[in-house]
Ligand binder design. Structure first.
Ligand code: C2E
Ligand code: MG
Ligand code: MG
Ligand code: MG
Length: 291
C-alpha cells in the first residue's frame, strides 16, 4: 500500500513539474515578444519630502500588460529576464521610456520631477551598457540631472575597476545613483564613499520594523552617516502615518510608500505633478486594490 501511495505521489509530482515547465516556457516565449509588441508600461510611484510633503521624484516601476489580459508584476518576470538575457532589452526600453516621459512633461509645460529607473546588475555584463544609456539620453535630449539609476548594493561592494569607471562616467554626465534596498545583506559601507552615491533607499524591511528599538538605533546611525557623506536618505515602503512621523522627526529626507501613493499609471501621476503637495491619509494607509 505504501508503495502504491508513493507511486501516486510520484506521478502527481511529475505531472505538476511538467505543468510548471510548460508555464515557464510559455512565459519565456511571451516575454521574448513583449518588447517588440510594446506590452510594457511604466507605473510611477511618488517620492515626497518628509518635512513638506512636496513631490520630489518618481520611481518608474515596470508592468507587463500580457495579451491575455493579466497585468504581470516585475517580481514574476524580471528574474526570468535576468536569467535569459532579456533584461538588457527591457532595461533599454524602461530607460528610454523614462527619458521620453521627462521630455513630454517638459514640452507640456509641467513641472517635472526626477525619475528613477531600476537597473538589474545583470546588464553590467554587457560592455556597452554605459554607452547605450548615454546614447539614449543624447537621442532624447533629456537633462541627465533628472535621471537616477537605482542599483542594489551587492554589485557595489565587488569593487570591480571597470564597474567603478562605468559609474564615474555616468556620474560625470550628471545622472544620479541611488542604492536600492539598502541594508539588506551587505555590511561594508566603504563603497558609499567610493561611488559618491547620491541617495540611499532604506529597504522596506527596515521601515516595517522602524518602531522597534534596535532597528530605530541603526536607522538613526545610517541617516547620520549618510548626511555626513552628503547623501540623501529615502525610506521605502512607508505605510503608516506613524512611520512617516517617525522618519520626519529623525531627519530622514524623503519617503515613498503606499501611505503617500501606490505606483500609478502616468495619466494619474500627472495629477500629482499638477498639485505637488501630497495630502497624506491620516492613520491608515491608502491600500491599493492593484498596483
Ligand atoms: P524596488 O525597486 O525595491 O521597488 C519597490 C517595490 O515595493 C515596488 O514593487 C513597489 O510597488 C513596492 N512598494 C512601494 N511602496 C510600498 C509599500 O508601502 N508597501 C509595500 N508592501 N510595497 C511597496 P514592484 O513594482 O512590484 O517591483 C518589485 C521589484 O521589481 C522592484 O523593487 C525592483 O527591484 C524590480 N523592478 C521593478 N521595475 C523594474 C524595472 O523596470 N527594471 C528592473 N530591472 N527591475 C524592476
Ligand atoms: Mg527601486
Ligand atoms: Mg527597493
Ligand atoms: Mg528591489
Amino acid at each position: 500500500r505504501i508503495k502504491e501511495k508513493g507511486k501516486n505521489n510520484y506521478k502527481f509530482y511529475n505531472q505538476s513539474m511538467t505543468e510548471d515547465a510548460y508555464k515557464s516556457y510559455s512565459l519565456e516565449r511571451d516575454l521574448r515578444k513583449a518588447v517588440d509588441r510594446n506590452e510594457f508600461e511604466m507605473y510611477y510611484q511618488a517620492k515626497i519630502n518628509a518635512k513638506t510633503n512636496g513631490l520630489v521624484g518618481a520611481e518608474a516601476l515596470i508592468r507587463w500588460n500580457h495579451p491575455n489580459g493579466n497585468r504581470i508584476f516585475p517580481g514574476d518576470f524580471i528574474p526570468l529576464a535576468e536569467e535569459n538575457g532579456m533584461i538588457f532589452a527591457i532595461t533599454i526600453w524602461t530607460f528610454r521610456a523614462a527619458c521620453e516621459q521627462l521630455k513630454r512633461w517638459e514640452k507640456g509645460g509641467l513641472t517635472t520631477v526626477p525619475i528613477s529607473v531600476n537597473i538589474s546588475p545583470e546588464i553590467f555584463d554587457r560592455q556597452d551598457w554605459v554607452e547605450t544609456l548615454l546614447q539614449i539620453m543624447d537621442e532624447t535630449n533629456v537633462d541627465p540631472g533628472l535621471l537616477e539609476l537605482e542599483i542594489t548594493e551587492g554589485v557595489l561592494i565587488q569593487n570591480d575597476e571597470t564597474f567603478i569607471t562605468s559609474i564615474e562616467t555616468l556620474k560625470q554626465s550628471g545622472i544620479k545613483i541611488s542604492i536600492d534596498d539598502f541594508g539588506t545583506g551587505y555590511s561594508s559601507l566603504l563603497y558609499l564613499k567610493k561611488f559618491k552615491v547620491d541617495t540611499i533607499k532604506i529597504d522596506q524591511s527596515f521601515t516595517r520594523e522602524l518602531l522597534n528599538n534596535d532597528v530605530s538605533l541603526i536607522l538613526k546611525a545610517i541617516i547620520r552617516l549618510a548626511h555626513e557623506l552628503d547623501m540623501t536618505v529615502i525610506a521605502e515602503g512607508v505605510e503608516t502615518a506613524e512611520q512617516a512621523t517617525y522618519l520626519r522627526q529623525n531627519e530622514c529626507d524623503q519617503i515613498q510608500g503606499y501611505l503617500i501613493s501606490k505606483p500609478i499609471p502616468v495619466g494619474e501621476f500627472v495629477q500629482l505633478l499638477e498639485n505637488p503637495v501630497i495630502q497624506i491619509a491620516k492613520g491608515k494607509s491608502r491600500q491599493p486594490a492593484q498596483n
